[in-house]
Design a protein around this ligand. Sequence first.
Ligand code: MN
Length: 193
Amino acid sequence: MVKTFRRTGAAVLASAAGSAMLLTGCSTESDSEPTSRGAATRSVTADPVGAASSPGIVVSRDADREITEGAADNFTGTVSIQPQYRGDDNAERISDVRFEPGARTAWHTHPAGQRLIVTEGTGWVQEWGKKRITVREGDVVWFAPGVKHWHGATVGSAMAHLAVTYAVDGATADWMEHVNDDQYLGRKQGGRA
Ligand code: MN
């Protein structure tokens, strides 16, 4: 039985609509009056420090962040990547990476390490020379800087994770060879080809 993502296109749209409703219902005033009418005619009675010079809330819409396919040079199988957040000068990056069953990264390292937050499904992670580790929704994984590894879905389940990385000299990863099927399936101990 192959488990696929429960997040469908329709779910994405519903989620975006829900966020919009929450925002339009938001007010800086804490009274219990309905805010859908008349809010525009109210005068602002408080001006917290800094409020006038920078936005207090910044919303990046799901639909505005383009989803791309994982490049064949760096991934095996079907992988989608959506940027979630890019820090100043792209130094900090958070991406939503989704692996269909059987899909995985190539072997690679991160100059400043990487943290994964598994948000859906079941996957495998492996450090070169070590055994594969099974990870599931809710697990958080840290790869230390320079450690050669891969991550991806299992054969029978899709897996999605948020990936948090930091760029060094403009790069967040150094890519190496693909994870072959023997390595992926754990038939060769320790990731050696
Ligand atoms: Mn990685």
